[in-house]
Design a protein around this ligand. Structure first.
Ligand SMILES: Nc1ncnc2c1ncn2[C@@H]1O[C@H](COP(=O)(O)OP(=O)(O)OP(=O)(O)O)[C@@H](O)[C@H]1O
Ligand SMILES: [Mg+2]
Length: 291
């Protein structure tokens, strides 16, 4: 018998969610590919968190089903599903150390102590906090706490990582720094990731593909270029609009030339001199100025 080859890590089929008379999700279909970073992007209340919670088994769907690597997980409790999750607020246990926080899922699975200790060391290195295992969450900054939350989510080496606005409680500088770190880590581990955000810049800078949601439906699924250059609906054009697309040539070291303009883009150092690229530029207005 031939083994079926599937490129779908997670299949969401006709998932519907009704809160009494309110429809939060309307028959959502979505195929998440192995190893990709998918961003659920949309305005407040459009159903992003509800969808993530249904995938995690923290909320039950009113209809439809979810398959992970071909297996129907729709009715499995959270503990029987294979994922790690990070929430907006740090949600670390405040009364135990960083190391104990990270170890939580491993201890529950009765992993031997030496292996747990080795794994904690490895994870703390991975998220850039070596030696912080003995601290308590209150002794860490918001960004450091989210790095610990990430380490905790990755501890059991889940095949799916779920992130619900993991950066939105952080200050602007830390947010941008952690964006890059999460993306690097995600690619290094090759872990299939679904991240919720209402920040288009965040989606743009991190996602392989973006899912634009509105009022419980998916408006469009596509790459950054698809979404910005070929918006499928007026909502998408409006929601992700206000973005200029500049064709440019990379000069190396994160510098680009577009016509007479020379631009420096942080995080874009990987482009080699001579590469043709498209720069997505969003006008920023100083606080108080009229847009
Ligand atoms: N337990 C619940 N009972 C009733 N309504 C709910 C419940 N949870 C969510 N909703 C409603 O479902 C809709 C979608 O909520 P959800 O939290 O998924 O939105 P979201 O896209 O994550 O928004 P935000 O960006 O503000 O986090 C909202 O209108 C919300 O009020
Ligand atoms: Mg939400």
């Amino acid at each position: 018998m031939e083994t079926e080859v599937t490129h779908t890590a997670l299949a969401i089929e006709g998932v519907h969610k009704q809160f009494e008379r309110f429809t939060a999700l309307r028959r959502i279909d979505l195929a998440v590919r192995h190893g990709e970073m998918l961003c659920l992007l949309g305005p407040s209340g459009c159903g992003k968190t509800t969808l993530l919670r249904i995938i995690a088994g923290l909320e039950t769907q009113s209809g439809g089903r979810i398959l992970q690597n071909g297996r129907d997980i729709s009715w499995l409790p959270p503990s029987k599903r294979d994922y790690g999750i990070v929430f907006q607020s740090y949600a670390l246990f405040p009364n135990i150390t960083v190391a104990e926080n990270i170890a939580y899922g491993l201890v529950n699975r009765k992993v031997p102590k030496q292996l747990v200790d080795d794994r904690i060391t490895e994870l703390l290195e991975l998220v850039g906090l070596p030696g912080a295992g003995g601290k308590y969450p209150s002794q860490l900054s918001g960004g450091q706490q989210q790095r610990v939350a990430l380490a905790r989510a990755l501890a059991t080496s889940p095949r799916l990582l779920l992130l619900d606005e993991p950066l939105s409680a952080l200050d602007a500088l830390e947010r941008v720094r952690l964006r890059g770190e999460i993306r690097r880590l995600q690619q290094q581990l090759g872990v299939t990731t679904i991240m919720v955000t209402h920040d288009q810049e965040e989606a743009l800078s991190m996602a392989d593909r973006i899912v634009v949601m509105n009022h419980g439906v998916i408006e469009q699924v596509g790459t950054t270029a698809d979404i910005y250059e070929r918006p499928a609906t007026p909502f998408v054009a409006d929601f992700v609009g206000k973005m200029n697309v500049l064709p440019a040539v990379a000069l190396g070291d994160g510098r680009f030339r577009s016509g007479d303009l020379e631009l420096e883009c942080s995080g874009a150092e990987r482009y080699a001199a001579g590469d043709n690229v498209r720069l997505y530029v969003r006008p920023m207005f100083p606080t108080g100025a009229a847009a």
